[in-house]
Design a protein. Structure first.
Length: 220
């Protein structure tokens, strides 16, 4: 039976890789994209909804699928306004989860971040933790929360601090073994692959660390 997937954040690094994977995956006949900008990819599977994703609830009638993949995320450097930052990193995933619940979508896969903690005093970690908490409160049957470490790969936008971090992590990665594995820099290809695998399994409400994401990505 062919499936319909929704991707939020397909114009981003990980979301773009995931999109390519689902296009090639014969289990999917339609991929709905909700974004402000077009991905500029030609495929009979793609159905683009160019909208203000901060007002996702206004497009609930189109939010019908078998699975939702949420790859939305910003950075403090890119979005300095904390209110807007929270509207993106917390508001969009939680709105998506609520709409998915309304439409009885049984699978919800969302990218979070290592260090997510609703009780943290660090704004970024707290925001991600609150997002996780409120997504889980929707009680969607198959809910998967991925907590990747620093994500490798090349982004279109310039993130100086991230670039420096990647240089450092490339040096440190070989020394991160045992309990330190979850801190290794991770490639977005592995995250996207893990998401694809999870959406086609039957586990329930799982939070995955970066090293666990890597291990699952090896099973396909």
């Amino acid at each position: 039976m062919s499936k319909t997937a929704i991707i939020l954040g397909a114009t981003g690094l990980t979301g773009g890789i995931l999109l390519q994977k689902l296009i090639r995956d014969n289990r999917y006949s339609k991929i709905k994209l909700f974004s402000r900008n077009s991905v500029h990819i030609s495929s009979d599977k793609i159905e683009e909804h160019l909208i203000d994703v901060l007002q996702l609830e206004n497009h609930s009638k189109d939010f019908i699928a078998d699975e939702v993949f949420c790859c939305i995320g910003t950075t403090a450097a890119k979005t300095k306004d904390k209110k807007l930052y929270k509207s993106i990193d917390y508001g969009i995933p939680v709105s998506a989860a609520k709409i998915a619940k309304q439409h009885k979508i049984d699978t919800f896969v969302v990218m979070s971040s290592m260090g997510a903690d609703a009780n943290s005093t660090i704004f970024y970690n707290k925001t991600k933790g609150e997002m996780e908490r409120d997504v889980l409160q929707q009680n969607i049957k198959n809910t998967y929360i991925l907590r990747p470490s620093l994500i490798g790969g090349n982004r279109e936008e310039n993130r100086l601090g991230e670039r420096i971090g990647k240089v450092v992590m490339r040096f440190l990665n070989p020394f991160m073994i045992g309990n330190l594995k979850k801190y290794k820099m991770i490639h977005p290809e592995k995250i996207a692959t893990c998401m694809q695998v999870l959406a086609n399994t039957t586990n329930e409400q799982v939070i995955l660390s970066s090293d666990e994401i890597v291990e699952i990505s090896k099973t396909i």
